[in-house]
Design a protein around this ligand. Structure first.
Ligand code: ZN
Length: 193
């Protein structure tokens, strides 16, 4: 399993988050029950700043949590497809969680820089993290979903909705790559492919 996934999971999984690094933006979202309140410096930590596409600690986002930019700023066609799939999956006892969706360029840049540190070179990091210019997360055309049973279900049934696994080394990363009922293209080996 690519290590970047573990890293992202550590960054977003509420159970593993250290409260001390929580920096939820003060003003976003509004009116969300149980939303993280707090005085913070928006943009100081893209991993948890909703305005950057981050997911606040303690939040499990579903594809219907559109008040969060990570979900709400997804391409409308992608969002609709994911919501339809999530509804059908739920009827079979499988719940979709959005682990990452839309990201600001700054957030993507940060992930790339972390990847370079982790893997030792830009070339290696690019197998797991795209540049802000190329990332389909920045354009809102990609969504990362979990948990694993949701990913498995969507890999098997996603083509009914036009949703396809884009990279073979990222079981959780889906994009709208065919028409509903069509055939998904073969996944690329990785984000650099
Ligand atoms: Zn992704």
């Amino acid at each position: 399993m690519p290590e970047i996934r573990a890293k992202i999971a550590v960054l977003v999984l509420p159970a593993l988050l250290v409260a001390g690094c929580s920096t939820a933006a003060a003003e976003w979202p509004t009116g969300v029950a149980g939303g993280s309140a707090g005085l913070s410096d928006p943009g100081s930590d893209p991993d948890t700043d909703p305005a950057q596409g981050g997911i606040p600690s303690g939040k499990d986002l579903t594809p219907f949590d559109t008040s969060y930019p990570a979900v709400g700023k997804l391409d409308p066609a992608l969002l609709t497809a994911v919501q339809k799939a999530a509804t059908d999956a739920k009827a079979r006892g499988i719940e979709f969680k959005v682990t990452s969706g839309w990201r600001s360029k700054a957030y993507q840049q940060r992930l790339l820089e972390e990847g370079v540190q982790k893997y030792g070179s830009l070339e290696k990091a690019r197998q797991f993290v795209n540049t802000p210019e190329k990332s389909t997360h920045v354009s809102g055309k990609a969504v990362d979903l979990g948990p694993t049973d949701a990913d498995d279900w969507l890999i098997r049934h996603g083509d009914d909705y036009g949703l396809c696994q884009a990279y073979s080394n990222e079981l959780w990363h889906f994009e709208l790559l065919t028409t509903p009922g069509g055939t998904c293209p073969q996944p690329l080996p990785n984000a650099a492919g």
